[in-house]
Design a protein around this ligand. Sequence first.
Ligand code: SAH
Length: 323
Amino acid sequence: MERLDAFMARANAAYYATHDPFADFTTAPEISQAFGEVLGLWAAVVWQSMGAPDPVLLVEAGPGRGTLMADARRAIARAAPAFGSALRLHLIETSLRLRTAQAAVLPEATWHDRLATLPDGPLILFANEFLDALPIRQFVRRGEVLMERFVENGRFVERISDSPPGDGPDGAVVERNDAAQGLVAAVAQRVTAESGATLLLDYGPAVSAPGDSLQAVRDGKPADPLSEAGTADLTAHVDFAALAEVARDAGASVYGPVPQGVFLTRIGLMQRTGALARSQPPARAAAMMASAQRLIEPDRMGRLFKAMALCPPGCPTPPGFEA
Ligand code: SAH
């Protein structure tokens, strides 16, 4: 018997070590090159507002194939060369298999297993679809008792938790992501102490809601999350309200969450896509516009996905978070 977070950590470590996750699911940077490009320009604007520190760490947590950062680097080199030469690229990635893929497109990067080993100094950090892969715990209130969910032989079993039952609805699953909260607290402390900013993009509701959001994708299709650990990608909704609270407690200013479609529209995803499409044959240009639209449209990735930014108290509003 294993507590759910231990099961999820073990399953995902095995999955990312042995699979090409992008055979099972796709992500915004894999859908449109303009995504990483406009995020690179977002970072350049934030860097200017920080007083253009040189050197500055540009960090990504969970970079997958390295596509977002490679696209960002290219846009930065073209539009903000001073930022391009000031930045030092650091990637937080535990999968050796994915590190190899990242090194092919970002040979100048330095790799880390976790945030704690990053060098000191101002930093700008991205995390896209990273927090959703971190292990969650699930609790269920049964009357006056709080139960916690464990995994045994491919199914849930409940054990009495020593935490107080709370006031959630009886019988409803409540999730908690200690790993995501720990990471956000640490980044919030760092940007507050050293200057910088963090951009978190992920999927989940803006307001915390009870419910079991654990899901698995195997061979591109929804699957049972508890069976055959390590053969499916496990994710859960990111609780942005809980993370915002943790970041504020750590001293940071929090912007958002705003729906990803709103954020990307404001920072110019469609303009950038239009500029790229102009030099393409009509069918290719139409495909590029449709891909970018997929990231923005509310019933696709535009609404469930959210953007949230952390920066030091008193920092100017980061691009895309204007009220
Ligand atoms: N950001 C990428 C990939 C998302 S998949 C994109 O948008 O395409 C999740 C990524 O996080 C993978 O690179 C995976 O190997 C990495 N990852 C998952 N758990 C991790 C952990 N605990 N520590 C560091 N990296 C992790």
